[in-house]
Design a protein around this ligand. Structure first.
Ligand code: HEC
Length: 131
């Protein structure tokens, strides 16, 4: 059991060491996370996933603002790192679904974006942060 734990630790230290090789400059990233991505994704994830009635205009308006916030955050997050950019592209693709869902008031498309937008957040944090 102890050996397994040790192997586990070594494996993770190894991953961590790899990550720091092509380090990404985080300057300004935290501010974008806190002022744009976090409030925007909160707005999206607060929408009732199991709503049986069409969303009202206020809900679509909130979704629209959130989608614009995410879109406006993306350029300033661009960095010279392929894996990092891959997560940003995933975020953009998910957000495009959300943006288009507003145009057509398409709840099914919105919920696809709602689901998909979570993974780039989670995966980028897992890969680039040490927690
Ligand atoms: C391309 C990479 C990337 C993506 C995608 C990303 N983040 Fe982050 N996020 C970071 C980095 C890097 C930090 C830490 C910045 C620092 O330490 O200065 C961070 C920090 C945060 C924090 C601060 C708290 C913490 O865990 O340290 C929050 C909250 C956060 N992100 C939310 C989000 C949300 C919500 C999304 C998706 C909508 C998202 N992020 C997508 C890279 C990313």
């Amino acid at each position: 059991m102890k050996r397994v734990l040790l192997l586990f630790l070594i494996f993770h230290l190894h991953l961590f060491a790899q990550d720091t090789d092509d380090s990404v400059d985080f300057t300004g990233v935290m501010q974008v996370m806190m002022t744009l991505l976090t409030p925007a994704s909160n707005t999206i994830w607060e929408v009732d996933y199991f709503a049986t009635e069409p969303y009202d205009d206020q809900t679509w308006q909130g979704i629209s603002v959130a989608s614009d916030q995410i879109a406006s955050a993306l350029p300033s997050l661009a960095r010279d790192n392929a894996r990092w950019m891959n997560y940003l592209n995933e975020l953009q693709n998910a957000n495009n679904k959300i943006r288009d869902s507003v145009e057509f008031k398409d709840m099914v498309l919105f919920l696809q974006g709602y689901d998909e937008i979570y993974y780039p957040c989670e995966d980028c944090h897992t890969e680039f942060l040490s927690y």
